[in-house]
Write a protein that binds this ligand. Structure first.
Ligand SMILES: [Cu+2]
Length: 148
């Protein structure tokens, strides 16, 4: 079989599309009811994953801002959430090393209609908790990313 330049280009385009399609996308939203729409997300160990977080609310950011904070398995959510209250200048991510080191990735704090995403590849299977660390939200706004 003779490989023509056209065939070669078509093959390269197909390969590129295949590579791009391997990054998994997960969508999650929050709104003014102070809840994530999903309490559980799923991905696989070693799988490049983009988590797209959207704030569908209407209330101002200062009153009802939301972020998506992915934490290591076993993180003390109460300790993290309570410390976050004092971390307004740092996107409500605690700066104490023992808490900051628990963060896998986080979005910025989003106002109404805003969107942000994080890209992760987790090598280790496990249950990775996620919360919104805006003051007072973590107790209601939480879920688990299950990595198999
Ligand atoms: Cu929130």
């Amino acid at each position: 079989m003779k490989i023509t330049p056209t065939k070669l280009l078509a093959t390269i385009a197909l390969l590129a599309a295949t590579v791009m399609a391997t990054a998994k996308e997960l969508d999650i939203t929050a709104d003014d009811s102070m809840k994530f729409n999903l309490a559980e997300l799923h991905t696989d160990a070693g799988q490049e994953t983009t988590i797209i977080f959207t704030n569908l609310g209407k209330l101002p950011k200062a009153a009802m801002g939301h972020n998506f904070v992915l934490l290591k398995p076993g993180t003390d959510l109460a300790a993290f959430g309570n410390a976050a209250v004092a971390a307004a200048a740092n996107e409500y991510i605690p700066t104490q090393p023992e808490l900051a080191s628990q963060v896998v990735a986080h979005t910025k704090v989003l106002g109404p209609g805003e969107k942000d995403s994080i890209r992760i590849t987790l090598a280790e299977p496990g249950s990775y908790p996620y919360i919104c660390s805006f003051p007072g939200h973590w107790a209601l706004m939480k879920g688990v990313l299950v990595v198999k």
